[in-house]
Design a protein around this ligand. Structure first.
Ligand code: ATR
Length: 276
């Protein structure tokens, strides 16, 4: 039996077991996927002991993603772009790492808004943390030539620009509303709006009338930011799809089958979030 898990601290709210167990059952795979709480001081020991723990790999969530990146022997381009890993596996005795958030975001964006094309209007990204880096990497890889980056702390936004280069235009926090003018895609990558608390302090009034507005926060499924976008009759892309799609390459790596994100699976996880 192949065993995988997700580690984090805390870990009890992770929806990953719900997703991977549904696929294991659906594809009739002899495998398991569990939650494992691992304290920050024990992450390195855990990750370097995967083989002796009988694991083929694991997901890594907050706050261990940077540590996982450091510890891995082999890191792919997606992990290096973000400087953090969320998926690890053993291959010929070496610990490999990737970051599937990039894939997860782009896969859901192109599924929900297939009309979106790179360079169709300005792209605005709010936030400059790990999730922002994963999404910026995906947008740049897909051919987007210029992205406006807005972050409360200028220093962090400037670090991101240094990492990705001149295609990232850092907009001062004070100029955030004007920077929305004619935007075709706006993405909230900050944690603002989580658990129904607050909304990113930006005005969607000036974005293009056919703009797409995306939020990576999925608790609640409809954040105040997405509600504001709907009130302006804009197309929205929720955060749950990114969570589901980021699990696809990880499952395939460990269990050898590329799973499909179905509407039924989306609904199962959405219902679980609704019960919170
Ligand atoms: P992750 O790795 O999940 O992206 P993170 O690295 O903690 O999380 O980044 C959180 C992002 O949310 C940052 O861009 C942060 O802005 P700062 O760099 O200025 O801290 C942003 N953020 C968090 N709380 C915020 C708030 N109340 N208003 C605006 N931005 C906020």
């Amino acid at each position: 039996m192949k065993r995988a898990c997700v580690i984090g601290w805390p870990i009890k709210h992770s929806r990953s077991p719900l997703i991977h167990r549904a696929w294991l059952k659906h594809y009739g795979i002899d495998g398991s996927y569990d939650r494992q709480a691992v304290e920050p001081d024990h992450v390195e020991t855990f990750l370097t002991s995967l083989e002796s723990l009988g694991l083929v790999g694991c997901n890594v969530t907050v706050p261990h993603k940077e540590k996982a990146f450091e510890v891995a022997d082999v890191k792919d381009a997606a992990a290096c772009a973000v400087g953090a890993a969320n998926t690890l596996w053993l291959e010929n005795g070496a610990l490999h790492a990737t970051n599937t958030d990039t894939y997860g975001f782009m896969a859901y964006l192109t599924h929900k808004a297939p009309q979106w094309k790179p360079s169709d209007g300005h792209v605005v990204v709010l936030g400059a943390g790990g999730a922002s880096r994963a999404i910026l990497h995906g947008l740049l890889e897909s051919g987007q030539s210029c992205i406006r980056l807005i972050n409360r702390s200028a220093a962090r936004a400037n670090q991101v620009r240094t990492h990705f280069g001149a295609q990232i235009e850092v907009v001062p926090w004070s100029a955030r509303n004007a920077a929305m003018t004619d935007a075709g895609l706006v993405i909230n990558t900050t944690s603002v709006g989580m658990n129904g608390e607050g909304s990113p302090d930006v005005d969607l009034g000036l974005v293009a009338d056919d703009a797409i507005v995306s939020d990576i926060v999925y608790t609640p499924l409809e954040t105040a930011f997405l509600r504001a976008a709907k009130a302006r009759e804009l197309q929205t892309v929720d955060g749950l799809g990114m969570l589901l799609h980021q699990a696809v390459p990880a499952f395939e790596t460990w269990f050898g089958v590329r799973p499909t994100v179905t509407d039924a699976l989306y609904q199962t996880v959405a219902d679980d979030i609704g019960r919170e």
